[in-house]
Design a protein around this ligand. Sequence first.
Ligand code: ATP
Length: 513
Amino acid sequence: MANQEDQFKKVVSHAKEYGFVFQSSEIYDGLSAVYDYAQNGVELKKNIRDYWWRSMVQMNENIVGLDAAILMHPTTWKASGHVDAFNDPLIDNKDSKKRYRADVLIEEHVAKLEAKVEKEVEKAAKRFGDSFDKEQFLTTNPRVLEYNQKGAAILHRMAKSLEKEDLADVKALIEELEIVCPISGSKNWTEVKQFNLMFGTKLGASAENAMDLYLRPETAQGIFVNFSNVQKSGRMKIPFGIAQTGKAFRNEIVARQFIFRMREFEQMEMQFFVRPGTQKEWYESWKKTRLNWHLSLGMGAENYRFHDHEKLAHYADAAADIEFKFPFGFKELEGIHSRTDFDLKSHEKFSGKKLNYFDPEINEHYVPFVVETSIGLDRMFLAVFSNSLVEEELENGTTRTVLKLPAVLAPTKAAVLPLVKKDGLPEIAKEIVDELKWDFNVVYDEKDAVGRRYRRQDAVGTPLCITVDHETLVDKSVTIRFRDSMEQQRVKIEDLRSIIAKEVDIRNWLLKL
Ligand code: ATP
């Protein structure tokens, strides 16, 4: 645990020190759970967004983009159910005065049981050596079975109580499990209350006529209300999708995990409209597609897992999360939801406008069903960033800090470094920068010894360093150094463009899908 915490602290401080993420309004002591992306962060974030957008919109003939406004007619949120049901159950500890999400406290208790199972597995693996059969152990060991059954029963009871809005039972469960406040260590809890997560604001100049609005808590509704506009103007045929990236706002009860849970964040969502009755197939298919998208980045298959929802949102008939192994454990990174025809039907009812589709293949009108994929851009940023940050022991006994970002996402693709600041080397290096910058984000750096400069680029994840030396003057060759292997090769200046492209070209990465 201490190790995990240390690792997470390193992630946060590295993000700040190297110009990726700063606390918002830091000079005024910051605003809780709101963050700014700095010079390197903004590039990494843009590259993640592009990687998603290209794989969704550019690579799929039947998916188109949209950029709907953040402010929407307030009835939208009545129709979507957010005014009545977008709540989290909160509970306060009377001694520490700290506020928690009641469901998260219970889930963390279950996570502890899961950790115990993992310990048992580790112990048994050691004991049995090569003959260890994990599957068999998990299904037969009495202690493991007991932990798993306990965990499942707790989650099941919580899901049922939340569904029935039986908040007294959620509190009873917290008491029965003897969950203590991590700060005060006490079990002195208040009642559980529902808390609506939407931020309100006002439109209009005079107080009497102002209209109450909400900052959107998800981008999806902008897609639903534009369904007919896009379908008709784009002559889209079902099945088809509408993709959108943009800001969403939630007044989160607890926001202590850096950019994992923010009050202002960015979502990348795609709503896929399908013929009723086919939603199950599409749901399964999008689960696979989205996992493959993650795997294409090469961050390790063992770091992902699916978690099927037991408690379904009011609009869903099936839902799963893709969880990622963050420095603080497996947590939701993306959601895939089969949203039925709930949203479109509800908007039809509240707006009085038809939102149906004529399917020429079966000669029928219907309201389409929807399968949604929804990922937090900032959460994806944290996944990539935390997974990439490593400290490496080198053969000479020193260590280096290196951000092994997937090259396609790296803020800077190459750094061009004159070995010394004289003899015409800076001029050649600048010429190389001027040539490469048409295609790639490149930087020029002449300060300090070249070894220090390599380390600086390692720390911000630049996949390639190009060094200009005295030989360059003679034969127009340079040294190219690869971030991860630290291998160096002598190459011709004229080949640089194709060498960099091979590493960073989005095509080579998306081909792995
Ligand atoms: P959680 O259970 O973590 O609160 P959620 O189930 O409410 O998340 P969704 O409504 O499914 O999340 O939103 C889709 C995605 O948006 C999530 O998978 C996550 O990546 C991202 N997301 C949601 N809330 C936040 C937040 N407060 N900060 C950053 N990203 C978020």
